[in-house]
Ligand binder design. Sequence first.
Ligand code: ATP
Length: 368
Amino acid sequence: MPGGEFGREKKCRSFTRARAGGVVVGDFLFFPPAVRSVATPAETSAGFDEMVSGTKRKYYMLGGKGGVGKTSCAASLAVKFANSGHPTLVVSTDPAHSLSDSFAQDLTGGLLVPVEGPGSPLFALEINPEKAREDFRGMSQKNGGTGVKDFMDSMGLGMLAEQLGELKLGELLDTPPPGLDEALAISKVMQFLESQEYSMFTRIIFDTAPTGHTLRLLSLPDFLDASIGKILKLRQKISSATSALKSVFGQEQPPQQDAVGKLEKLRERMVQVRELFRDTDSTEFVIVTIPTVMAINESARLSASLKKENVPVKKLVVNQILPPSASDCKFCAMKRKVHVCCLWAIFFKQGELTTALVCYKCNLVLGT
Ligand SMILES: Nc1ncnc2c1ncn2[C@@H]1O[C@H](COP(=O)(O)OP(=O)(O)OP(=O)(O)O)[C@@H](O)[C@H]1O
């Protein structure tokens, strides 16, 4: 974010000339969903060129405070990628979906839906995290039965109740920890992207849930890895030591064994999600924010937490900035002062990130 008043007026005029209705994220320009059928903009920039270059698959995670414009930016970025020749998939894992509204198409079926307009294939998908949670519960239930506590009892683990209590196995499986639904949703997408049928996608965008979920999601794989790892080790010990368990883990592969296998699979998937978030070669997390004190503070916390978790963050979008005006009303004048203060705060807090300022009224860039 260069000096002066963030290069504001100069950039605004230049981008206005380039493409009315375009949105800039980072230092590149793309279109809001409402104008997705408009041709590719004549003007591109180095930042977007970098994002668009290469045919290797790349993942972009858009996250931030609730309501700041994550979905709008995810949809716009997806259109821009597709218009630049990348078969693109945009996925919403936010429980409060609005991707359907952004594309004015029904995406609620949990299946990939083609989005009309862009030059290359663009598909969108809304994943219902509640469904993922149900699937997970299914894993911990035997034959539609009574849940993991009974499952563990049936394994003859009553004598180890204290240890199990410490591991919080029952809580873990019957009341999944926050963030699990979203992590499962992401892992589900990763799974089907491995298949030949979906190998064409070279850009994948995740419109994630608000900050709190993202942070919980990031710490979850470690937690699950440790918990499930302990559980599995414990099971192994017991299975070799007690005759009661021999009947449970016998030749005939009882349902419990199947459940343990699923737990192992779950752990693998969580590790896969953790690695995806931290893979600097293929993944980038883009923080979306708005110029209010609360949003900026939350973004700063998110940025710090992501760094702590070794998640690569290079770009920040400041959405919903007031456009320049020679005659502000009292309300706008006040709002503008707040915006300027917030932008300076961002400048100092997030100085090392590429920052885009997006107009509140018309989605035009006001500066970078
Ligand atoms: N640049 C913009 N100019 C005007 N309105 C905008 C802009 N960006 C987003 N909005 C509006 O703000 C509202 C919230 O946007 P959006 O749904 O994209 O946010 P979100 O961060 O994904 O929300 P949630 O956290 O609820 O998922 C929507 O009504 C959207 O149309």
